[in-house]
Ligand binder design. Structure first.
Ligand code: GH3
Ligand code: MG
Ligand code: MG
Ligand code: MG
Length: 313
């Protein structure tokens, strides 16, 4: 398993992947029973490089929605099996939570219907016949807004830790500080031990709870000026400004011991999870980010290799 750690060698691989790649979004779900219009809209959208899934009924639309998680939804009101308002009622909660824009396109645009749709939280209601230019520019705007929103996110949903985007920002900022003031800072990389076993034994939801419990513990164990990030799966990082590696080691070891002593409950039993960590400290002004990450990664690897539940400097 030490091997798989090296293979997945976390940080560098993740570092290469810019936000643009993870933010790719062009999947549109079109729910409408007007076959001619559907064909025309699909063709127009695909010419703008969107990918369009088609549902000619409400039932089919709901199925695709739950299975594929589209980035934007176009919804007709008059559908053969049930009303678009009913569809809206079913999906609006999830759509709002995940910021999936829903645009109503309907030949039934009475005030009452529009009121219903807007009250449920729809932002756009386009009457039929559709003006294709207005339609395309509206969609472009909605995607733009969504992208801006996504780019503003710096906190991980599950754990409340900062995400990798923020990790990179903090790294940059600390390096800037170091170059100006020469004050030391440290980086700790933390990986949960045998976490796959936790999932396999107790299930993914319990695994999620362990990640949350761990994150709570870390947040309660570090100073305000320290930054706790999740940059993938069950791998975390802590930046400790104005802290040398020895002091950082004490902080992380305390977390390691407290976590190992934390009781988790599932399947009528108590179980424990441990962490392995690697610490590095900024030394000279060249290649700071790469060096810091590489050294911490190597130290983490050493912790794993030496049997886990430990911290290496
Ligand atoms: P090692 O001690 O070598 O780190 O072993 P490991 O089992 O922790 O390592 P491995 O990388 O093989 O497994 C990591 C697992 O973490 C696999 C993946 O399914 C799980 N995981 C990643 N993210 C999440 C998550 O958000 N929730 C849950 N429940 N599991 C996750
Ligand atoms: Mg219709
Ligand atoms: Mg891992
Ligand atoms: Mg692990």
């Amino acid at each position: 398993n030490v091997h798989s750690l090296a293979a997945s060698s976390s940080v560098k691989a993740l570092d290469k992947k810019g936000p643009a790649e993870t933010l790719t979004q062009n999947d549109i779900l079109l729910i409408d029973d007007d076959v001619e219009l559907v064909a025309y809209l699909k063709e127009s959208l695909e010419r703008q490089n969107y990918y369009v899934s088609i549902a000619l009924s409400a039932e089919r639309g709901l199925k695709i929605f739950y299975e594929t998680k589209p980035d934007l939804i176009l919804l007709d009101i008059l559908l053969p099996d049930k009303s678009g308002i009913e569809v809206l009622n079913q999906i609006i909660g999830k759509a709002k939570k995940e910021r999936i824009p829903i645009i109503i396109i309907s030949g039934e645009y009475s005030k009452a219907t529009q009121m219903q749709a807007y009250s449920l939280g729809v932002m756009d209601f386009l009457p039929k016949p559709v003006d294709i230019d207005l339609f395309l520019v509206l969609i472009k705007n909605r995607f733009q807004l969504k992208r801006e929103w996504q780019e503003s996110i710096i906190v991980d949903d599950l754990t409340g830790a900062f995400n990798r985007k923020h990790f990179n920002q903090v790294m940059k900022q600390l390096i800037g500080d170091f170059k100006r003031t020469n004050r030391v800072f440290s980086l700790a990389l933390i990986d949960l031990d045998y976490f796959k076993n936790v999932n396999d034994t107790y299930g993914h939801l319990i695994g999620d709870e362990v990640l949350q419990g761990f994150s709570e513990l870390v947040k309660n164990s570090i100073r305000l000026e320290d930054t706790f990030c999740r940059y993938g799966g069950e791998e975390f990082a802590v930046f400790l400004p104005h802290t040398d590696a020895e002091s950082a080691m004490l902080v992380i070891q305390r977390i390691q011991e407290r976590f190992a002593a934390t009781d988790f409950f599932a399947k009528n039993e108590i179980f424990h999870v441990t962490i392995s960590s690697g610490i590095s400290e900024v030394t000279d002004a060249e290649n700071i980010a790469d060096k810091l990450i590489e050294e911490a990664d190597q130290a983490l690897y050493a912790s794993k290799h030496a049997g886990r539940n430990q911290t290496t400097l």
